[in-house]
Design a protein around this ligand. Structure first.
Ligand code: AMP
Ligand code: ZN
Length: 457
C-alpha cells in the first residue's frame, strides 16, 4: 500500500508498526453546530482506508476525538444561555445520528476533551518540566523556538514564521509564534483546576494527549483535512515529540484530504456557504454521498453540486439494477473462462487502485469496466460464475467502499408498512375511532406521506 505522506511529501510504502494492525487518529469535529457535508469528507475517506485494511485482515484501532470545549462552544452556549456541555452533548448526539447514515465502521473510539483533563494537565506539566513550555500570568505557552524541527510538516522555517507573525497586544507570550497549551479563564467561562490557573486547555494539546492515551507513543497514521496541517498538526507534533523525553515518535504517516468546495471556495461554517449533512441526507441516501465523495481522489478538491449527487445516484441505481439482473439470470452450469479471468482482473485492478494512495475513482472505474466485460459475455450465454460476479462487486462496493444502497427489498417493505398503516386507519375510521385515524394520518404526514380517504400518496 502506497500512501502520500504529507510529512515527507512523498509517496511511501506503508509499513505498519505492528504486523496486521492499523492504528489511526483522525481529528474530529468541534461540536457547536451540525456538521456540513464538507466535514463528511474526512469521515468517509478514513473509513474507506480502515475498511480496506480490515479487508486485508488487519485489526483496526481507530480514534477520533470530539472537541467539546473551545471558544466557539463557549460563545455559542453563552448566546443560548446554556451550559457548554449541554450544547456539546446535543451536537455530539446529532453528529452520531448524522454519520449513522453514512455506513461508517462502528468500532471507533470517540473520546472527549472534557473527559481527559488530568492527562492534559499532566502533559502540559511535562512540557514545562522538560523546558519546552512556560507559564505566564496563569496561561501556559509552548515555546516554539525550543523545538528545532518545528515547521517540518508545513515546510516553514521558524525565522520566516517569526517575520510573518502578527504582533499581538496585551500578550503574555515571550514570542508571537508561541501557542497556548493552557488558557486562564475569563469571567463567565467554564474552567478546570490546574497548577497554573483555573482555566481550560488550548486546542492542540487534546490530540497529543488522546492519541497517546489510546494509541500510545507511536502510531501508524494521523489524518484530517488539509486546513488542519498548519498550525494544528504542526503544533501536535511539537507537543508530542517534546514530551516524554523524546520517546514519543507520534504518527509515522500523515494524510490530509482536500476541500469540498462550492463555487471554487472551501465549504465552511465561517463563510456561510455550507450545506448541512443532515439536510442533504433528507434527499440523498448516505451511499450516494459516499460514492460522490469517492469519485474524486482524496487529495484533490471536490466541487459540490446537487447535479453531482444526482449523477452518483444514477450510477448506484444502474449498478444495483445490473446486479439484480445478474442475480435473476437463469443459471447455466457452463463455466466461462473469460468470466473467470475478468473476475481475477477486476480484483487486481480494484486493489491496485486502492493501494495506490487510495485511488478510489480508479477503483470505481474498475467496477464499471468489470460490468461492461460481463455484460458482453452474457449476451452470448449465461454461465455459472455469474453469482460469483455479483458477490465480488457487492463485496468491494459495499464492504470496502462502504457504498451500500438501501435495497429494493427495503423499499418494498416500506411500501407494505405504509399500506398496512393505512388499512388500520381505514378500519379505525369505519369504527369511528377518529382519534386513532387522525393520529395515523398526522404521523404519516410528518414523514411526508399524505393519506386521503385511505389512499396513500
Ligand atoms: P472542523 O469541525 O471545522 O474542525 O472540521 C472537522 C473536519 O472536517 C476536519 O478534519 C476538517 O479539516 C474537515 N473539513 C472542514 N471543512 C472541510 C471541507 N470544506 N472539505 C473537506 N474537509 C473539511
Ligand atoms: Zn487534532
Amino acid at each position: 500500500m502506497k500512501i502520500y505522506n504529507s510529512y515527507t511529501n512523498e509517496l511511501e510504502e506503508f509499513k505498519p508498526i505492528k504486523p496486521n494492525n492499523l492504528s489511526i487518529y483522525v481529528c474530529g469535529p468541534t461540536v457547536y453546530n451540525y456538521i456540513h457535508i464538507g466535514n463528511a469528507r474526512p469521515i468517509i475517506l478514513f473509513d474507506v482506508l480502515a475498511r480496506y485494511f480490515k479487508s486485508l485482515g488487519y485489526k483496526i484501532n481507530f480514534v477520533q476525538n470530539f472537541t467539546d470545549i473551545d471558544d466557539k462552544i463557549i460563545n455559542r452556549s453563552n448566546e443560548l444561555n446554556i451550559k457548554f456541555n449541554e450544547l456539546s452533548e446535543k451536537y455530539i448526539k446529532a453528529f452520531l445520528e448524522d454519520i449513522s447514515n453514512l455506513n461508517i465502521l462502528e468500532d471507533v473510539k470517540r473520546p472527549k476533551v472534557s473527559e481527559n483533563m488530568p492527562e492534559i494537565i499532566e502533559m502540559i506539566q511535562n512540557l514545562i518540566d522538560e523546558g519546552y513550555a512556560y507559564e505566564s500570568m496563569g496561561d501556559v505557552f509552548f515555546e516554539v523556538s525550543k523545538y528545532s524541527e518545528y515547521g517540518k510538516l508545513s515546510n516553514q522555517k521558524i525565522q520566516d514564521l517569526e517575520i510573518g507573525a502578527r504582533v499581538e497586544e496585551n500578550t503574555n507570550k515571550k514570542n508571537p509564534i508561541d501557542f497556548a497549551l493552557w488558557k486562564k479563564m475569563k469571567e463567565g467561562e467554564p474552567y478546570w483546576d490546574s497548577p497554573w490557573s483555573k482555566g481550560r486547555p488550548g486546542w492542540h494539546i487534546e490530540c497529543s494527549v488522546m492519541s497517546k492515551k489510546y494509541l500510545g507513543n507511536n502510531f501508524d497514521i494521523h489524518g484530517g483535512g488539509i486546513d488542519l496541517l498548519f498550525p494544528h498538526h504542526e503544533n501536535e507534533i511539537a507537543q508530542s515529540r517534546c514530551s516524554c523525553h523524546g520517546e514519543n515518535k507520534f504518527a509515522n504517516y500523515w494524510m490530509h484530504n482536500g476541500f469540498l468546495e462550492i463555487n471554487g471556495e472551501k465549504m465552511s461554517k465561517s463563510l456561510g456557504n455550507y450545506k448541512l449533512l443532515r439536510d442533504i441526507l433528507e434527499k440523498y441516501d448516505g451511499s450516494i454521498i459516499r460514492l460522490f465523495m469517492l469519485s474524486t481522489h482524496y487529495r484533490k478538491p471536490i466541487n459540490f453540486t446537487l447535479e453531482g449527487l444526482d449523477a452518483a445516484k444514477r450510477t448506484i441505481s444502474s449498478i444495483y439494477d445490473t446486479l439484480e439482473r445478474y442475480a435473476k439470470l437463469e443459471k447455466d452450469s457452463n463455466s466461462n473462462i473469460e468470466a473467470r479471468n475478468a473476475i481475477i482482473e477486476f480484483e487486481e485492478k480494484f486493489k491496485d487502485a486502492i493501494e495506490d494512495d487510495l485511488n478510489t475513482p480508479l477503483a470505481i472505474a474498475s467496477i464499471h469496466e468489470f460490468i461492461k466485460k460481463i455484460n458482453k459475455l452474457i449476451t452470448i450465454d449465461s454461465f455459472k460464475e455469474i453469482d460469483y460476479v455479483v458477490e465480488k462487486i457487492k463485496y468491494y462496493l459495499e464492504e470496502v467502499l462502504g457504498v451500500k444502497m438501501k435495497t429494493n427489498e427495503n423499499n418494498k417493505l416500506e411500501e407494505k408498512l405504509i399500506e398496512l398503516l393505512n388499512n388500520i386507519r381505514e378500519e379505525a375510521r369505519k369504527n369511528r375511532n377518529f382519534e386513532l385515524s387522525d393520529l395515523i394520518r398526522d404521523e404519516l404526514a410528518k414523514l411526508g406521506i399524505k393519506s386521503i380517504d385511505g389512499k396513500v400518496k
